[in-house]
Design a protein around this ligand. Structure first.
Ligand code: CLF
Ligand code: SF4
Length: 508
């Protein structure tokens, strides 16, 4: 059996979507080379626009935008904008001046941080002075940082010129629907031309503004990602249509995110008992949309003040009182950053080249060798970045989920868990966190990590999940592929034969 590290590519879809050529999440590996240079440069070190980049490059958000011009039923003003953030209070609301100071401090201390986003806690374009003052200063004082913004789209058309002026070439619009009747179930009101407009008419205006803004951005060559919140029973059946339409208009990437609706967050949906989707429902919808659109699957629904690699939050290291004590020489920092970025890109290109060679070998072998009758398998991976299996099972706060199949390996999603191994052996919480981790891995057939203790090893085996610590420090996809091949060779992955075939075989 020959398997490849799957690129999930769809060139036709890619061309229509503005050049990106993966079916999974914007851009990965060798297909990056098929993008026009101008687009590749915008994508290859942006952790949200490239699944591959998110293992290496970090982003940060500055919370300068408190107000919002619409109400979503999944939002409570006490919390970050759910369009781009998981619920959780913003620790510090910043002035543009503080935001610039913080951005430079983070960029100097985390040189792999490539992108500064404004994503809340309200809507950035409903706070134009604060948002654009921050962007204006950063584009002048820190020109090596990409600027990114996320909006509900209501004020987008009148903001496009200003966005273009500050070299903002990544814009996310949250589009949950293109149907005003569905919109009326999500947005109770919008604030438009100094009036509150409720119900269907409000949703209709919002949708018109979103679509108009999308078109204007695409016309100016600004990359657009569309985020959609999947709300079961409200817009889940409709999001395929949304995906098709935004792709047609030239959006680069679609990110379908699960509704977060815990009652304790106090949102309308939370209090009304509206549920969020199960991981399988989300994955199914992402797969269905993927036929029409490049899908992002590695979103972490981060806070409006998040700092670090996706999935980590180093905000506590950069509170205002701490950064006021830092003495940052940004010109010197830019030199260091340049060297670090070049080093990472070199590593990435080598990795891509290796994958291309591997794929070429596998394709030629596949011509001669029929694939074995193996079924796909989900595998969980513990990683702290760098695209490697490099985290202890007990230190993981999330696992990346990959699907291995005869067609190759593809990233599917991530699953959050409570870290159970925190050096305190005596507490009962440890047990429940470990049980929670194992529950979160339901459906996975193996978990790959750098190390794992005896206790979780046994419990994982009891749960039917094969623990594997043999691929420490190896690249993720290659390790997953190797484990899949081993399992296939051991006959653990044979497709069950249909009953009729079994009985025929038996009677013969
Ligand atoms: Fe921030 Fe958003 Fe820019 Fe990324 S986040 S403004 S595009 S830099 Fe990324 Fe975070 Fe998901 Fe957003 S993982 S919530 S998609
Ligand atoms: Fe909340 Fe964002 Fe919706 Fe505004 S756009 S109501 S901040 S989720």
């Amino acid at each position: 059996m020959e398997l490849t590290v799957l690129d999930q590519n769809n060139d036709a879809a890619a061309a229509a979507a503005g050049g990106c050529s993966t079916g999974s999440c914007g851009t990965t590996d060798d297909q990056m080379s098929h993008l026009p240079d101008s687009i590749r440069e915008k994508v290859e070190n942006h952790p949200c626009y490239s699944e591959e980049a998110h293992h290496y490059f970090a982003r940060m958000h500055v919370a300068v935008a408190p107000a919002c011009n619409i109400q979503c039923h999944y939002c409570n003003r006490k919390y970050d904008c759910s369009n781009e953030s998981r619920p959780g209070v913003v620790s510090e609301l910043l002035t543009p001046d503080q935001a610039v100071m913080k951005t430079k401090a983070v960029a100097a201390n985390i040189p792999q941080m490539t992108v500064l986003g404004i994503a809340g806690p309200g809507d950035p374009l409903a706070n134009p002075e604060r948002t654009f003052e921050t962007f204006r200063r950063l584009s002048e004082e820190a020109p090596d940082i990409k600027l990114c913004v996320s909006t509900n789209g209501l004020a987008l058309p009148e903001s496009v010129d200003e966005l273009a002026k500050h070299n903002i070439d990544h814009v996310t619009i949250t589009i949950n629907t293109v149907d005003p009747d569905i919109g009326a179930q999500i947005y109770p009101w919008i604030y438009w031309n100094n009036r509150r407009i409720r119900g269907r008419r409000g949703a209709e205006i919002l949708i018109e503004q979103q679509q108009k803004g999308l078109q204007m951005l695409v016309d100016r060559g600004i990359l657009v990602k569309v985020n959609s919140v999947m709300i079961p029973g409200v817009n889940d059946q409709h999001l395929k249509e949304v995906s098709r339409i935004v792709k047609e208009k030239g959006a680069f990437l679609h990110n379908v995110m699960p509704l977060i609706s815990e009652p304790e967050h106090g949102t309308f949906y939370g209090l009304m008992g509206q549920r969020g989707p199960e991981p399988e429902e989300l994955q199914d919808l992402q797969d269905e949309c993927a036929g029409d659109m490049n899908m992002m699957r590695h979103c972490r629904q981060c806070r409006a003040d998040a700092v670090g690699l996706l999935g980590e939050d180093r905000g506590e290291e950069f509170t205002i009182d701490k950064i006021e004590q830092m003495n940052i020489d940004y010109d010197a920092a830019m030199q260091t950053r340049k060297v670090v970025h070049e080093g990472i890109m070199e590593e990435l290109h080598e990795k891509q080249e290796k994958k291309r060679r591997l794929a070429a070998v596998s394709v030629s072998a596949n011509d001669a060798t029929p694939q074995a009758n193996t079924r796909p398998a989900l595998m969980a991976v513990a990683t702290s970045g760098g695209g490697l299996i490099n985290q202890h099972f007990g230190h993981a706060t999330e696992f990346l989920i990959y699907e291995a199949s005869p067609a190759g390996v593809r990233f599917i999603s991530h699953r959050k868990v409570d870290q159970y191994c925190i050096g305190n052996d005596s507490c009962g919480e440890k047990e429940s966190a470990l049980a929670g981790s194992i529950r979160a891995l339901k459906g996975c057939e193996a978990v790959l990590c750098s190390k794992i203790g005896y206790e979780p090893w046994s419990l994982l085996e009891e749960a039917g999940i094969v623990p594997n610590g043999e691929h420490a420090m190896e690249p993720i996809e290659e390790a997953v592929l190797a484990v899949y091949q081993e399992m296939a060779a051991e006959g653990k992955l044979e497709e069950p034969q249909p009953e009729a075939a079994v009985s025929q075989t038996a009677s013969a």
